[in-house]
Design a protein around this ligand. Structure first.
Ligand SMILES: Cc1cc2nc3c(=O)[nH]c(=O)nc-3n(C[C@H](O)[C@H](O)[C@H](O)COP(=O)(O)OP(=O)(O)OC[C@H]3O[C@@H](n4cnc5c(N)ncnc54)[C@H](O)[C@@H]3O)c2cc1C
Length: 435
């Protein structure tokens, strides 16, 4: 019988999963595989872990949850660890697969891995198909070719909203026809060279990895508290679980599909009415799509000091002591310090906080922005290569911001968004003393 490998990456879900759907539709056996890439657990050129403990724990939880969902459908998840090209090829050989399917990639490292695997599989008579499985709008539905996507978000958004449609979601499969699969192997955090992350009662939300928790969060934010009805007014908040959706970590690892969020929003609007807030969640998801497109368009340039503009970035200094004070929340600028302490203790920071601490690093401390981006890469549970590096380049003035010299006056920002000092007081001390 024909066998198809489903190579899962940042699409760890069974709902609205076009890759899984394509494999099932191709007939024959399906073997779902995830490779824990050793390269993701090394050190980056900036001296940080590529994956920190918060995201690693989230990943392991997401894999366990995906395995459970797949087993309920008659299948399971084969987890391997090593270099994906070798490991995926081994699994294909072991199960006699003649085809494999996986999600489209857009960033340089991920594309290189994909191409390496494609070549390796081809040599053993296994074809690899690639399917879009992450964005809200399919790239093929956009009114422009990738290299012609406007460099200004508003121009992209207006034309896309007017001329493109979000595709309907793909349902959860009823059954997956798989050969007998062994019990899933999962390494521990210690196996990955990491310690259990800290826990802090002040965390805005408990990010539990996996599709089950993702769908529960979606349910809570829409149908439960209906916080989505006031999102536009509260989204710049700093304290609590519901000032913003907190979908990011689940979206980044693909435990939640952007298209599914959209389809639930449309259902919600039918029942409770559409308003600026329900629209604004879609508006933000379009930013997420936009940065994926920019990464497709400019690739490696997003990782250079001069970014896509090729000009001198605001901050170029390297000063380890200063960088460490920023990381530890010890700069003396209270609002920056509160945000940096939250990130260190919980793996999360609000969007308002991210803009401020990034601006402070680039424009006040005048440090090389890429060190900030690399620290975020290590620390964020919701790290996404495009959203992170493109947002950082934007704030550093070497990305897609049409306004030259955008600068966040931190004092003014803290008065505007934390006038009652609630946030700064919450994070006044770096670590809570237990008991
Ligand atoms: C310097 C910097 C680095 C960032 N790094 C990341 C990152 O690694 N991963 C990440 O998911 N987001 C990143 N963001 C974007 C944004 O801060 C987070 O998506 C958001 O704070 C997550 O919280 P939320 O899910 O409650 O967002 P909400 O405000 O509820 O937004 C809903 C969703 O829209 C998307 N979104 C919102 N704002 C942005 C944005 N500016 N760019 C791209 N997508 C957006 C996210 O998927 C988010 O979950 C970064 C922003 C900055 C300024």
């Amino acid at each position: 019988m024909k066998t198809t490998i489903v190579w899962f990456k940042t699409d760890l879900r069974v709902h609205d999963n076009s890759v899984l759907h394509a494999a099932i539709n191709s007939g024959g056996h399906v073997v779902p595989v995830y490779c824990i890439d050793d390269a993701h657990f090394g050190t980056t050129p900036y001296g940080f872990n590529k994956t920190g403990a918060f995201r690693a724990r989230f990943l392991l939880e997401a894999l366990a949850d995906l395995d459970a969902s797949l087993r309920r459908l008659g299948s399971g998840l084969v987890v391997v660890r090593g270099k994906p090209a070798a490991e995926i090829a081994n699994i294909a050989r072991e199960y006699g697969a003649t085809s494999a399917v996986t999600a489209e990639e857009v960033a340089p490292e991920e594309l290189a891995t994909l191409n390496e695997i494609r070549e390796k599989l081809a040599k053993q008579g296994c074809s690899l198909s690639v399917i879009a499985n992450s964005s809200l709008y399919d790239t093929s539905d956009l009114p422009f070719a990738v290299n012609a996507v406007p460099d200004i978000f508003t121009a992209y958004r207006q034309k896309t909203e007017a001329q493109a449609k979000v595709q309907p979601v793909v349902g959860v499969p009823g059954h997956i026809n798989s050969p007998q699969l062994p019990d899933m192997f999962l390494p521990t955090l210690a196996d990955l060279g990491l310690s259990e992350p800290t826990s802090d009662a002040r965390a805005a939300i408990n990010f539990q990895g996996g599709e089950t928790a993702a769908l529960a969060r979606l349910q809570h934010y829409l149908w439960g508290t209906k916080s989505v009805l006031t999102y536009k007014e509260t989204r710049n908040g700093l304290v609590g679980a519901d000032y913003s959706t907190k979908f990011s970590a689940w979206l980044s690892m693909g435990c939640l599909s952007a298209r599914y969020v959209y389809s639930e929003l449309k259902k919600f609007e039918q029942e409770y009415g559409a308003n600026d807030s329900t629209y604004w969640v879609v508006f933000e998801l379009m930013w997420r799509d936009y940065f994926r497109l920019m990464m497709m368009k400019y690739g490696n340039r997003f990782f250079l000091k001069g970014g896509i503009r090729g000009k001198g970035a605001a901050g170029t200094k390297q000063n380890k002591a200063l960088l460490q004070r920023w990381i530890d929340g010890q700069t003396g600028q209270e609002f920056v310090d509160a945000n940096m302490r939250e990130l260190k203790a919980t793996g999360f920071m609000s969007n308002r906080g991210r803009q401020n601490v990034a601006s402070y690093l680039c424009h006040d401390l005048k440090l090389d922005w890429r060190y900030g981006a690399a620290y975020f890469e290590q620390q964020l549970t919701d790290y996404d290569v495009c959203s992170n590096w493109c947002n950082w380049a934007y704030v550093a003035g070497v990305g897609n911001d049409p306004r030259p010299n955008r600068y966040f006056n931190i004092q003014k920002q803290s008065e505007q968004y934390d006038g009652d000092r609630r946030y700064r007081d919450l994070w006044r001390i770096a670590t809570l003393v237990p008991g």
